[in-house]
Design a protein around this ligand. Structure first.
Ligand SMILES: O=P(O)(O)OC[C@H]1O[C@H](OP(=O)(O)OP(=O)(O)O)[C@H](O)[C@@H]1O
Ligand code: HPA
Length: 206
């Protein structure tokens, strides 16, 4: 079992391509930190920063020590991809625990992909009475189509590929990489499996 996961994780990475270096990752985190500092040092507020677990764990851990204004931190836990490489139902594992009524909330997440997760999170916080919800993402995936939500702060823009590293996983592997890697299309579940036996011609089945 351990061997299986070890070998599978290594094989996925061996087929992957590095698209962002660790240095570029750190520069992106800094860009988001500078923008948040500029904004929150200019106003006397006390935002609640909410990391969206689990993907945001690395971005949040790198970002928080670079923020230099008073804030409160907590996390929420929402998942839409689970163990898959395609989004499905949104599952809340930890809901907001603070009273968010009237507060400015900064939601921190690793990636805005189709935008379903963060659109849902933002709406839930507004429904709970938050005054303002600011979305800060490490990465925004360029899908070349409209999304249900736009991030207010973006560290970097990624191509429309399935990416791992800096908190992002494929099948729960490789959240720990300091740079970003694009997983080979052939390794994703959308890839057509080779038929084991010749597939009968549909016309001959009537
Ligand atoms: O924009 P979307 O298409 O909705 O996808 C973005 C979400 O997907 C990932 O979470 P995931 O559901 O994989 O859970 P995880 O954070 O535990 O990896 C990521 O952390 C975002 O929260
Ligand atoms: O490209 C991705 N990689 C990892 N997790 C994700 N969740 C949404 N998109 C992605």
């Amino acid at each position: 079992m351990q061997d299986y996961h070890h070998d599978r994780a290594r094989a996925l990475l061996a087929n992957a391509t590095q698209i962002v270096t660790p240095e570029e990752v750190q520069a992106a985190v800094k860009r988001v930190a500078v923008q948040l500092n500029t904004r929150f040092n200019a106003e006397k507020s006390f935002p609640l920063v909410l990391g969206v677990m689990g993907g945001a764990v690395v971005f949040t851990g790198n970002l928080l020590p670079q923020l230099d204004f008073p804030l409160e931190f907590d996390y929420i836990h929402v998942s839409r991809y689970g163990d898959a490489d395609r989004g499905g139902q949104i599952v809340w594992k930890v809901i907001p625990r603070q009273d968010v009524t009237g507060r400015t909330i900064v939601v921190v997440d690793d990636i805005l992909d189709e935008g379903e997760t963060l659109a849902h999170v933002k709406q839930r916080l507004l429904d709970m009475g938050a005054a303002e919800v600011i979305i800060a993402v490490f990465a925004d995936k360029d899908l070349k189509r409209a999304k249900p939500i736009k991030a207010d702060l973006i560290g970097l823009t990624l191509p429309n590929e399935f990416v791992v590293g800096f908190g992002m996983d494929v099948y729960n592997y490789w959240r720990n990489l300091p740079g970003l890697w694009s997983i080979s299309q052939a390794d994703l579940s959308a890839a057509e499996p080779e038929p084991e036996f010749p597939v009968p011609d549909a016309k001959k089945l009537d």
